[in-house]
Design a protein. Structure first.
Length: 343
């Protein structure tokens, strides 16, 4: 379904030149790192999830000779501590963390780059801190609306009935019917992830992971049965408990909150990249942002899914950043918005 990653698309692996943990209050310390050119164009990268983390491969999306890239693991994620902590962990807290991090590393303005959940978080940040943004590059947009979540748990199951049955089995039928509304499914998953039965919570996290991978790859992926160590298992459980915490509460954005806030971005350069065959995050979300921001630029990737490292998706992002580094905008990249007039 996806072409293998070509060595000539991503930039060569490169290590951070600085890293640390920033105390952002409420008992949270977020891990961050900086890579690339210390005097380069500042970029902040927002990972997906919620509950995921940054990886060395994310650095390879950025030209190390051009950009100064700041990557961080969001509250409760990855190398941030405490792992999996849900208290004082909302989208507003993450936005505040970004501002604290920007000031800590001494950046006046930065280009905000985010994918999936990170794309929505980027919109939330920019709408409240437009003065700190040079522009936005958003890939595989997720807005956290009822329809967006319902698609992931209920709509796409019609394309993956075997993977859906595997998910239901993995959480021990915590919901009664396979056509339950997404909130009932989330309630079942939430109960299962905190099950007192030995191994039940972990089995539910494994089932969720397998469903997520199945939707990403457009084919049923069997759930893992082994871990390298107990820490790996603990991290997986923390990831999906945190994801359930956010998604079950509409990501704390409200049904139309992000799109309403997006209208305040004015002339801020915004680029959107979305795969036509993205089953994780509906292409409709990118279109809705594009319509709400008529000066934004949108690049549809034909045949592209949700994987940011597939060649065509990665190339679209790299092309957008190359354009921005050269001109400070995305003009000439992607498509501008043209209302469709009735015939």
């Amino acid at each position: 379904m996806f072409n293998p990653i070509r060595a000539d698309v991503l930039f060569p692996p490169h290590a951070p030149y600085a890293s640390g943990r920033l105390d952002v209050g409420d008992g949270h310390r977020i891990y961050f790192e900086q890579c690339g050119l210390p005097t380069g164009l500042p970029v902040v990268f927002l990972h997906g999830g919620p509950g995921s983390s940054c990886s060395p491969r994310h650095r390879q999306l950025f030209d190390p000779a051009v950009f100064r890239v700041i990557l961080f693991d969001q509250r409760g994620c990855g190398r941030s501590t405490p792992l999996g902590e849900l208290r004082h962990n909302t989208s507003a807290d993450l936005v505040a963390d970004m501002e604290a991090l920007r000031q800590h590393v001494g950046v006046t303005q930065w280009l905000v780059v985010g994918g999936s959940w990170g794309a929505g978080l980027g919109l939330a940040y920019a709408s409240g801190h437009t003065h700190a943004c040079l522009g936005l590059l958003l890939r595989g947009v997720f807005l956290g609306r009822t329809a967006d979540v319902d698609w992931f748990f209920n709509g796409v199951r019609h394309f993956l009935p075997d993977a859906w049955a595997q998910l239901a089995s993995g959480i021990r039928s915590q919901f009664d019917a396979l056509d339950s509304a997404h909130n009932a499914i989330l309630a079942g998953l939430g109960a299962a992830l905190y099950s007192p039965q030995p191994g039940h919570a972990l089995a539910s996290a494994l089932a969720w992971e397998a469903w997520e991978q199945s939707v990403l790859l457009h084919t049923r992926v069997s759930a893992r049965t082994q871990f390298a160590n107990e820490e790996e298992a603990s991290r997986l459980l923390a990831k999906y408990r945190l994801q359930c915490h956010y998604v079950s509460q509409g990501c704390f954005w409200g049904e139309t909150g992000l799109l309403q806030r997006a209208c305040s971005l004015g002339n801020l350069p915004v680029a959107l990249v979305h795969g036509r065959e993205d089953w994780v995050c509906r292409p409709q979300a990118a279109w809705d942002v594009h319509v709400s921001l008529p000066k934004s630029r949108l690049r549809w990737v034909d045949g592209g899914g949700h994987n940011p490292f597939s060649p065509d998706m990665a190339q679209a992002m790299i092309d957008a950043m190359t354009q921005f580094a050269a001109h400070g905008n995305f003009q000439g990249w992607g498509e501008s918005f043209h209302p469709i007039e009735p015939s």
